[in-house]
Write a protein that binds this ligand. Structure first.
Ligand SMILES: Cc1cc2nc3c(=O)[nH]c(=O)nc-3n(C[C@H](O)[C@H](O)[C@H](O)COP(=O)(O)OP(=O)(O)OC[C@H]3O[C@@H](n4cnc5c(N)ncnc54)[C@H](O)[C@@H]3O)c2cc1C
Length: 396
């Protein structure tokens, strides 16, 4: 198979970039494909979002996978049968079901499921005139341009103290996690961010007694970075910073990791007040198997007995992509910063034929890069590059 564009990763980023290339760069659908091992596009997103029990997104209705800025709001307006409550105040945040239905709508409008190759890419080799991508069924695909949209959701963070392959200890973002607590259990949720908070509130609603262990006190922020990062002011200063290590420091400072928005913080405080939730601030040192459950040691001086532990500890911060990306870097001499992340140009190009998005584009797009807004920015930049290429080719 020979393509113009191949996108590795069919998550929020890969799907939006595909839609953009088809809509705005006039790429022909028979010349574009998305490789992703999921049984459908966005399978990872749907699984992770559903696991938390979140009802609404944290971001506003301007952040979606469609093309036009107002597409999600217009789509909601046409859903006459939908019950009220599909936007939460403030910032008209869409319900998860509305957002997912709109994702389906985008997929359908652009015929993206027909462009999905359900495989894992295992090797990428850059040549002067193409990139050759080997799939895990042994097939090989040649493409003129490659987009690496591989995200971080395949690398859930697993704390050192947490036993692996234990029937009562799970990471909520683990693809195999489907073992939901039965009625009336005592459950420990580990993590101090929005996923842990949603998970704890969901468990309380379902009648469980919940302990939440966070390394820090409750941190309250409306968004996971200041919305000013969506405008020119912060991004201009970021782009003027030439040293990648300084950019990494700005990103680390700007991201409100482990934080929850005000209404979630209030719900947690209410649950603590009603004694449905115990908030433990500290570090877990040990987890011991007992006949009647799990004994968890916190801060060396406190012990809690629970039936089950659910890890909501997010994703590892290391560069995603594993061996495939390590080998690509070595074979094509691709530039990386000390943090291991790509050094790319303003079109998110890591190589004349290879583009990146999501975490891999962070050193160019800044703290919003991993989010839906980051997918939108990546789409704009890659389309700009695709258009300038087609103009250049048409002029020859
Ligand atoms: C619970 C939750 C709620 C969130 N809420 C919001 C929100 O409200 N607003 C917001 O802006 N952001 C939110 N985010 C953050 C962000 O938008 C998501 O994490 C987003 O899903 C990232 O998309 P992605 O495409 O970069 O990565 P992923 O979702 O990780 O998708 C990447 C895909 O690439 C595939 N892949 C990886 N390696 C290969 C390979 N070698 N070959 C083929 N395929 C491969 C993976 O299987 C995966 O399907 C949330 C995240 C989570 C987890």
């Amino acid at each position: 198979m020979s393509l113009d564009w191949l996108i590795i990763g069919g998550g929020i980023h890969g799907v939006h970039i595909a839609a953009r290339l088809l809509a705005d760069a006039e790429i022909s659908p028979d010349k574009l494909r998305i490789v992703d091992p999921g049984n459908r596009l966005l399978a990872c997103w749907r699984r992770c979002a559903a696991a938390t029990g979140m009802t609404h997104l944290r971001s506003s209705s301007a952040h979606h996978l469609g093309i036009d800025h107002t597409a999600l709001r217009k789509f909601a307006g046409k859903q006459k049968s939908r019950k009220p409550g599909h936007f939460a105040v403030p910032y008209t945040r869409p319900s998860l079901s509305l957002f997912n239905d709109h994702c389906d709508h985008v997929e359908k409008s652009f015929g993206l499921s027909e462009l999905h190759i359900q495989q894992r890419a295992v090797q990428c080799v850059a040549h002067a005139d193409k990139v050759e991508v080997l799939l895990d069924d042994g097939r090989s695909v040649d493409t003129r341009h490659l987009v690496l949209a591989i995200g971080a959701s395949e690398q859930p963070t697993w704390p050192a103290w947490a036993p692996r392959n234990h029937a009562e200890v799970h990471h909520i973002f683990d693809p195999d996690f489907d073992d939901w607590p039965s009625k009336g259990e005592t459950v420990m949720v580990v993590g101090g961010g929005i996923s842990a908070a949603h998970m704890a509130l969901r468990l309380i609603k379902e009648g469980h007694q919940v302990h939440l262990v966070s390394r820090h006190a409750m941190r309250q922020h409306r968004f996971d970075s200041d919305p000013a990062w969506l405008g020119w002011k912060y991004t201009a200063t970021f782009t003027q910073t030439q040293v990648p290590e300084e950019r990494r420091a700005i990103i680390t400072e700007a991201r409100h990791t482990g934080s929850v928005p005000p209404e979630v913080a209030s719900a947690l405080r209410r649950a603590i007040g009603r004694k449905q939730l115990v908030w433990h601030e500290g570090e877990i040192s040990q987890c011991v198997d007992r006949t009647d459950g799990l004994e968890v040691h916190i801060n060396q001086d406190s012990t809690v007995h629970v039936n089950r532990i659910l890890l909501a500890t997010g994703f590892d911060s290391q560069r995603p992509g594993g061996q495939m990306i390590d080998e690509l870097i070595a074979s094509a001499s691709l530039a990386c910063a000390c943090c291991g992340y790509p050094i790319i140009d303003s079109h998110l190009r890591w190589h004349p034929r290879i583009y990146v998005s999501g975490p891999l584009a962070e050193l160019e797009l800044g703290p919003i890069s991993r989010n839906i807004a980051g997918a939108q920015r990546a789409g704009e930049r890659i389309v700009e590059a695709a258009r300038s290429k087609s103009v250049a080719i048409n002029c020859v």
